[in-house]
Design a protein around this ligand. Sequence first.
Ligand code: PEP
Length: 250
Amino acid sequence: NQVKKKLIAGNWKMNGSLAANEALVQALRAEIGAPGCDVAVCVPAPYLAQVQALVTGCPIALGAQDLSAHAQGAYTGEQSAGMLKDFGVRYAIVGHSERRQYHGESDEAVAAKTGAALAAGITPIVCVGETLAQREAGQTEEVVRRQLAAVIHSNGHCISEIVVAYEPVWAIGTGKTASPEQAQAVHAVLRAQLAHASAEAAARVRILYGGSMNAGNAQALLAQPDIDGGLIGGAALKAPDFLQIISAAR
Ligand code: PEP
């Protein structure tokens, strides 16, 4: 478990511009050196080509924030895994809580998108997490297990190729982080669920924490035995903060 290379993935969400993206990636490139972990930035779709060019020759992988479950056809506004591959995309966030909340993505839709990414050789970063009401009702474990179960059941033996991100909804963009112990407890549940699917999945799948991870709290979170990296929103838009989180994952 401790031998897995950690993954620090930035989720820019719907932020950025040609000018801001260039400044951010140049600042990252200038300082990143040879990171001791895998690094990715998940950018808005219109900027994939721009950021693909900006990260060329440096150890930052390109990621998307969503993808279609379908390969092609009459799906206005969607991007297929094949289209993302054309731009060098290595990772795609799937089932982010903002997609689940604002776009009604069901567990089944998230599972189908996961399959579309895997079929194209894109690593899906599958997000799971409970709302505050669910946590307070004692349903955290049940909710994340249900969300991950849908993905496991429809993706079978490919499941060891995914990345999971545990993102408690109450911690996203709120400045309220899960404590390292709270996060570890849920990561252990997810690890056990993966182990039930296959020993290989339990050993290989990286489980990221997401939810107000920042330069100050990253080290303590990343020190937990089942926390294999981070999915970073707000702090990924500030080069010094993102770089500090990358350093904490060495
Ligand atoms: C996210 O949206 O994936 C996220 C973790 O955001 P933040 O770091 O801003 O809480």
